[in-house]
Design a protein around this ligand. Structure first.
Ligand code: HEC
Length: 282
């Protein structure tokens, strides 16, 4: 090769050769950059040799091995490098090029699902089943809910028919409005409103055929019992005396009294339940 001699130790030129080529494919003065077109090379291992020569004729060499991969990638299962094999060997092959959209099923060649994967799946499924069964308990809210009671009640023959309540009404568990309502009314109310709800004309209003007692919405009736009443004109009569508050009675008792009034003496209005009273207190 024809190297120019400058007579100094300054680097005169750099030349590049590939593999065992004799002639450089590029020669230039440093510093420089160049482009290596790998598509002109066959896929596989190659070595780039860089030779730098100074003005005194001394040559430094660096060799860089590299691997070209322009063609389709190849995956293989069933045969590994340096593996010892005997008899028939099943080999799975696949190939993909860099320009194809990435597809995981093709980037790997298919192989059998390892046995331990099935073992893990079986163990996890068994544990999930056991956990679900051991943790299941009837939700407390449902166990005491009216919905559950009515499911049970629906399968038993109905003996009584109740008027529809404002909040789905009916008999609260272990509580009979009609019986305790009559007793509570007698104890707390009958002195003024009379045993038959007729009241005392001019002094205490009748609760039989009373617009508040007969009202579909029990709000005013509940409010009157909780907070008392004074100065109202009822069916054209203004009462001098006042209705005392009965907030000290329980929600159950007030509901029972109201339902007794709403279903007695010719009255027939929707019944209430203790929750209605509880809400009215708030
Ligand atoms: C001390 C007598 C007295 C007692 C006891 C009494 N009330 Fe009254 N009640 C009255 C008077 C008086 C009025 C009318 C007040 C007014 O108009 O200002 C009244 C009004 C009412 C009203 C309103 C009626 C309407 O049309 O507005 C209802 C409902 C009622 N009472 C229910 C009851 C219930 C239920 C009890 C028992 C828990 C009861 N009262 C106990 C005296 C009494």
């Amino acid at each position: 090769m024809d190297w120019p001699h400058t007579g100094t130790d300054a680097v005169a030129d750099i030349s590049l050769t590939l593999d065992d080529q004799k002639t450089p494919f590029a020669t230039f003065r440093p510093p420089a950059s160049c482009t290596l077109d790998t598509t002109t090379l066959e896929d596989g291992p190659h070595v780039l040799h860089i030779r730098a020569r100074d003005g005194l004729g001394l040559v430094g060499v660096r060799s860089i091995p590299f691997h070209v991969q322009n063609g389709p990638g190849i995956t293989i299962t069933g045969l590994r490098a340096h593996e010892h094999v005997a008899g028939n060997v099943v080999i799975n092959l696949n190939a993909f090029s860099a320009s194809e959209p990435f597809d995981p099923t093709r980037a790997e060649s298919s192989g059998p699902i390892p046995v331990w994967t099935w073992v893990m799946i079986a163990l996890i499924a068994a544990w999930a089943g056991w956990y679900g069964l051991s943790e299941y308990q009837e939700p407390a809210a449902f166990a005491q809910s009216v919905a559950r009671d009515s499911l049970a009640a629906a399968s038993a023959p109905m003996t009584t028919t109740k008027a529809a309540g404002t909040s789905g009404g009916g008999t609260a568990a272990g509580f009979d409005y009609a019986a305790s309502g009559a007793n509570l009314y007698t104890a707390n109310c009958s002195a003024c409103h009379g045993a038959t709800g007729a009241g005392v004309p001019g002094a205490f209003p009748a609760l039989a055929d009373d617009p508040v007692v007969e009202a579909k919405d029990p709000k005013q009736q509940i409010g009157t019992i909780l907070r008392g009443l004074h100065g109202a004109t009822i069916k054209g009569t203004a009462f001098a005396s006042q209705m005392p508050p009965f907030a000290q009675l329980s929600d159950n008792d007030i509901a029972a009294i109201i339902d007794h009034e709403r279903t007695s003496w010719g009255n027939s209005a929707p019944i209430v339940n203790p929750d209605d009273v509880k809400r009215a207190r708030e």
